[in-house]
Design a protein around this ligand. Structure first.
Ligand code: SF4
Length: 764
């Protein structure tokens, strides 16, 4: 059985490849930030919006979740933040004729890039059963249809309600409230596909699945280890924090299979040195680890720490911290005593000297931060790998003190806040109890489905209605062919969106699109202008208030859509004043304050300039709300991936001109790629060994235990200095290669960073 992607995004004939860059941002960053915004959105709308972006009284960037610094500059955004703003704020509108001119079949032939370029959605549209077209309908009719459809289900569990990380706290709270009042915990979200592994690992070991550092800790650190993360593209303003840390004497170590520009040198566009000078060299050491070798590396580092302590007792470990706050050291020591160094070297592709150097740096640094992102979370053994980060940090007390800690970096602006607000298919009983007490209805207790589970259930006919509050699930999730046919196997799909993407074309028997305001737009309700709140990657919550005139008067806010949907579906089934929620978002925040830990006096605290930090036991007081009340040093059996001869281990990653599934252009400036995305980066020595020429074309086949031949056809080979044995392609084009059932243990996150592939040459 062969599975190919349903749409082959055309690689332009004029694909150009040049040398990868060894620095990030600088003048080109400014040009890329401002040029498209001025051209597409207009100078005055762009300036008005961009000057408010990430300001204390402005709106939060809709792109990544990087935290805002305590003191804001006039331009407090990066190139990619500006691209995200421009993508949303564009005054280009999808015209009414579009729906008659383009059938669903036509839309299925288009790329995500083309779909996004059609502009902002402005009116609800509906595709009835049997029709091949969406057609405009009124908001009233839209809610009427949805109420009929949802109430006609045999069980609430036949519906799933997806959330993307752009959703604000208040929206997320009312959405999960509606879904639970409807009767299900089927709340899959994009977190299932990104940092779920982090939550699982940190939840078990330190009791909180969030970063244990504040923004200001970066400038206090002596050593920052960046693992499986590419801040230059995915969290660009982090480079400024790293630059500040370097100025204060910190060392930076990058651990990554790819030598990314943003890990090497930063030309800060806000400084003269960055604009016309050399910029700041970032990584003092680059460990080009093989994919899936991080767990072996971390165990090897911890073993060196323990060996050094054995050689010089009382000088290396933070014994006082361990005695008081941790448990599990002896079992860990015993486990690592038999660690096979040769296996470590094979798994990591590193030398002992390289690992020694990092171990020395670690042991000679008082304050250490380790950051990570998808490069660590999307592996089969991601959860134990992240537990090994915690082990390493705990050995020297690098948690709960200034300049030190574990810092998972979230990739979407409010993905962390959505989880805090209850978007999770398995929220803990404590949260559900509080919800039940506050709203006086019986909250369902059975776990719902996550993203992969939702696809399986749609494929099997167990879920027949799919509602998405933002996002592009069929593109984001693994096994594209299966995901799309699962979505098409439903009775009804509903997208609550600002712009078109693939998930609006891959529809059920019937389908609906509900257009909403963007984050940069003014949200006017009965009680006046509203604001919402978001939580960044270091658990700081702050307000976000759009300042631009909405592109169309017909748009509703996401909160209006959710509350009106709730009223239409539930009537007076539960004692919730949905209309009041819509009219005044303070009323939502009042309830959040009663239900969500740390959000008491929410309305007061979010009105403080810059917002407030959520309480965080491990960070604030070295309190660890684990099962034992202590931080857990854990024993994890070393897992490595064996790649058969003639095969490579492939990861999918983002280009510099994209945000998650949103493609801003077909270029990737830092990696030297222009006008194309169907490329595969392979080490030149691997190419020589495989007998494949740089610039030739290959079909990429993935190999997994189910024997299905998954194929991503016709990719151009680029000789690239990635780690030996490893290849890279762009996400989401190669999601087709990731089996739906190949997920990380415990977290069920698709393993998009360790796919065994073979390359088969094809004609150009
Ligand atoms: S670093 Fe992230 S949040 Fe900040 S402006 Fe850039 S994309 Fe937006």
């Amino acid at each position: 059985m062969t599975k190919r992607p349903p749409v082959e995004d055309v690689t332009a004939d004029d694909l150009q490849v040049s040398k990868p860059k060894d620095w990030a941002a600088g003048v080109p960053g400014i040009a890329q930030a401002m040029g498209p915004a001025f051209k597409d959105t207009g100078v005055s709308r762009s300036m008005k919006g961009l000057l408010a972006m990430n300001q204390k009284d402005g709106f939060d960037c809709m792109s990544c979740a990087w935290e805002d610094p305590p003191d804001r500059k006039t331009f407090e955004f990066c190139e990619n933040g500006a691209k995200a703003f421009n993508w949303e704020a564009t005054p280009v509108l999808v015209p009414r004729e579009f729906w008659a001119e383009n059938s669903i079949d036509d839309l299925l032939e288009k790329t995500d890039y083309w779909l996004g370029l059609q502009g902002r959605l402005t009116e609800p549209v509906y595709k009835p059963v049997g029709s091949n077209h969406y057609e405009p309908i009124s908001w009233e009719r839209a809610f009427e249809i949805l109420a009929q459809e949802l109430n006609a289900l045999d069980s609430p569990n036949q519906a799933a309600f997806y959330t993307s990380g752009r959703t604000a706290n208040e929206t997320a709270f009312v959405y999960q409230l509606f879904v639970r009042a409807f009767g299900t915990n089927n709340l899959p979200d994009c977190s299932n596909m990104c940092h779920e592994s982090t939550g699982a690992a940190m939840g078990e070991t330190v009791g909180v699945g969030k970063s244990t550092v504040h923004y200001r800790d970066f400038e206090k650190a002596d050593l920052i280890i960046i693992m499986g993360q590419n801040p230059g593209t995915n969290h660009p303003r982090m480079l400024t924090a790293l630059e500040d840390a370097k100025k204060n004497g910190a060392k930076i170590v990058a651990v990554n299979p790819m030598p990314e520009a943003g890990l090497k040198r930063y030309k800060n566009p806000q400084t003269a040195r960055g604009l016309i000078g050399h910029g700041t060299d970032l990584a003092d050491q680059f460990l080009q680890v093989k994919m899936a070798g991080d767990m072996a590396l971390l165990q090897a580092l911890s073993k060196r720490v323990l060996d050094a302590e054995a050689a010089h007792p009382g000088t290396v470990l933070d014994q006082e911290f361990i005695d008081k706050y941790c448990e599990g050291l002896e079992a860990f020591r015993e486990h690592l005593a038999s660690l096979d160094e040769q296996r470590v070297l094979e798994a990591t592709g590193l030398t002992s000297a390289e690992i020694d150097e990092l171990a020395e740096r670690y042991m000679s640094s008082e304050r250490v931060i380790i950051t990570w992102a998808m490069g660590l979370t999307q592996h089969e053994w991601a959860v134990p790998t992240i537990k090994e980060i915690i082990n390493l940090l705990l050995l020297r007390g690098n948690m709960g003190r200034p300049g030190a800690g574990a810092s998972p970096i979230r990739g979407h602006s409010n993905v962390q806040g959505d989880r805090t607000m209850g978007i999770w298919e398995k929220m803990p009983p404590k949260f559900l109890d509080a919800l039940e007490k506050e709203f006086e209805f019986t909250v369902p207790r059975d776990d719902g489905v996550d993203a992969v589970g939702a696809i399986r259930a749609m494929r099997d006919g167990d879920i027949t209605v799919f509602v998405a509050l933002g996002g592009n699930l069929v593109k984001a999730v693994s096994d594209t062919v299966v995901a799309e046919s699962a979505m098409q196997n439903t009775h009804l799909t509903v997208q609550i969106s600002t712009k078109l993407n693939r998930s609006h074309a891959v529809v059920g028997e019937s389908a609906m699109i509900l257009p909403v305001l963007g984050r940069s737009e003014i949200d006017m309700q009965a009680s006046g202008e509203q604001f919402v709140t978001v939580e960044d990657t270091v658990a700081a919550i702050h307000a976000s208030k759009g300042n631009l005139t909405p592109v169309a008067p017909t748009l509703l806010s996401e909160i209006s859509v959710v509350t009106r949907l709730a009223r239409a579906v539930l009537g007076d089934k539960v004692p919730v004043d949905w209309a009041h929620f819509e009219h005044n978002y303070d009323s939502i925040r009042r309830h959040i304050g009663h239900v969500v830990p740390g959000c008491d006096d929410f309305n007061l605290k979010v009105r403080a300039p810059g917002g407030f930090d959520l309480p965080h036991g491990p960070r604030d007081t070295r309190t660890f709300p684990t099962k034992t009340g202590k931080a857990m040093i854990t024993v994890n059996e070393l897992k490595t991936v064996t790649v058969p001869p003639g095969r490579l281990l492939m990861q999918s990653l983002r280009s510099h001109d994209q945000f998650n599934t949103t493609i801003y252009s077909n270029n990737d400036r830092y990696r030297g790629v222009k006008n194309g995305r169907h490329v595969v980066f392979v080490n030149p020595d691997d190419l020589a060994e495989l007998g494949i020429a740089d610039g030739s074309y290959v079909d990429i086949h993935s190999e997994w235990t189910d024997g299905v031949d998954r194929v991503a056809p016709k990719f151009r080979v680029i000789s690239y200095p990635t780690a030996r044995g490893c290849a890279a392609t762009y996400f989401p084009e190669t999601n087709v290669l990731v089996p739906l059932d190949h997920t990380a243990k415990v977290s069920n996150t698709p393993v998009s960073k360790s796919i065994v592939v073979r390359l088969e040459p094809v004609a150009a």
